[in-house]
Design a protein around this ligand. Structure first.
Ligand code: ADP
Length: 377
């Protein structure tokens, strides 16, 4: 393993990086993802062009199997695209080797999972600071305080996950995703395992982080009431973006969903995601009670009305990436190479922050080490 920082390529080195739509925290051009080959091949994403504007909360909706999770995972660098270009800020994911990609994910992308993915032996605070601790990055205390207070976690920081409600655990997971000031947070059904009240809390907090801190968030949901917390809703069908809505309300989203269903009256269209099955309990982990997922149970947000927008912002044009010829190259704004010291892929924690890719064995190893060495190890 090499040491030292994995410097990102300059925009000029990542062909096409200069076509980043203005104000986009992340975007993709002609993103295609195929699983399998031959007769069994499935095109999960079919030449998708989409941009996620800085400071915007986007909900991604579509029938089950339409490609929502695949879009999230490809955009977050958790899954490789079959073709097309993906960018976080000005950095093209395809131009990065594994080490740089890991670093980009760690430093510039937050991910919130339906199943929280907290470490049971650590306190809420230790879970929140875990990525920075492992990476050896100093904690930005003022920012951490903002995140903790925005998420209402101040009096829960010393609790372990099994001492927290499902909603609190998901708020800790959100705080962990936000604490590193990522360019974008991807959230895959973050309220899918929560009852309506705690789901509404988490959605309010996500929206607050967009309003108050300018965070960019893209969230998969199948729930129109959850989508109503967003600034924009993208609708996927058969691996393509088929519609888009600004300033959504639950009613408008529901109407749009019904219109899709009417277009395919004989097809079995399911907007609900498969029920979440909690993982087998680890040593000190009490899984949250199984909560039925109501279709329309989340209350329409009232406490924090969305910022009035009389005219929807124009969609960000996504220009095709030039085949060659690097164009003028603005310095990467959202994803600047870190100057916080050496990359963390030292012997003690290779890729450790990249928990999304961890296997059960990775978790077991890491937890065993933590239990032996203590949280500060
Ligand atoms: P959604 O999140 O909208 O339910 P997905 O992105 O999970 O949809 O899946 C899109 C399509 O890709 C589906 O047809 C699904 O069966 C297929 N798919 C997803 N992951 C895999 C995989 N690992 N192997 C094969 N097919 C997959």
């Amino acid at each position: 393993m090499t040491s030292g920082p994995a410097a990102f390529p300059t925009p000029a080195e990542t062909a096409g990086s200069s076509v980043t739509p203005p104000g986009a925290a992340a975007h993709c051009v002609a993103l295609t993802k195929r699983y399998g080959t031959g007769n069994t091949a499935v095109t999960a994403l079919d030449a998708v062009d989409v941009a996620f504007s800085q400071g915007q909360f986007t909900a991604i909706m579509g029938p089950s199997g339409s490609g929502k999770s695949t879009l999230m995972h490809c955009m977050a660098g958790l899954d490789a695209a079959t073709s097309g270009s993906l960018f976080i800020g000005d950095i093209q994911l395809g131009a990065l080797d594994d080490r740089r990609l890991t670093r980009l994910r760690r430093d510039s992308i937050g991910f919130v999972f339906q199943a929280y993915n907290l470490v049971p032996t650590l306190t809420a605070l230790e879970n929140i600071t875990l990525p920075s601790d492992i990476a050896g990055h100093p904690i930005d205390q003022a920012w951490l305080d903002t995140v903790v207070d925005t998420l209402g976690l101040r009096d829960r920081l010393k609790h372990r996950p099994n001492e927290l409600s499902g909603g609190q655990q998901q708020r800790v997971a959100c705080a962990r995703a936000l604490a590193g000031r990522p360019a974008i947070v991807f959230a895959d059904e973050p309220t899918g395992n929560l009852d309506s009240r705690t789901g509404a809390e988490v959605l309010s907090f996500l929206r607050e982080s967009v309003r108050r801190t300018g965070q960019t968030i893209a969230m998969v949901t199948h729930d129109p009431s959850a989508a109503a917390y967003a600034d924009r809703v993208l609708f996927l069908a058969d691996g393509r973006i088929v519609d888009e809505m600004y300033d959504p309300t639950a009613e408008l989203v529901l109407e749009r969903m019904k219109a899709f269903d009417a277009d395919v009256p004989h097809a079995e269209v399911s907007w609900a995601e498969p029920a979440y099955v909690p993982p087998a309990p680890a040593t000190a982990y009490a899984p949250p009670p199984a909560i039925p997922q109501p279709d329309l149970a989340l209350p329409i947000p009232t406490a924090i009305p969305p910022a009035p927008q009389s005219t929807p912002p124009a969609p960000i044009p996504v220009a095709p990436a030039p085949a060659s010829a690097p164009a003028p190259a603005p310095a990467p704004a959202a994803v600047a190479p870190s100057t916080n010291g050496p990359a963390p892929d030292g012997a003690s924690a290779p890729d450790a922050v990249d928990m999304a890719n961890w296997t059960d064995a990775d978790w077991d190893d890491w937890l065993a080490r933590k239990q032996t060495e203590g949280p500060g190890a």
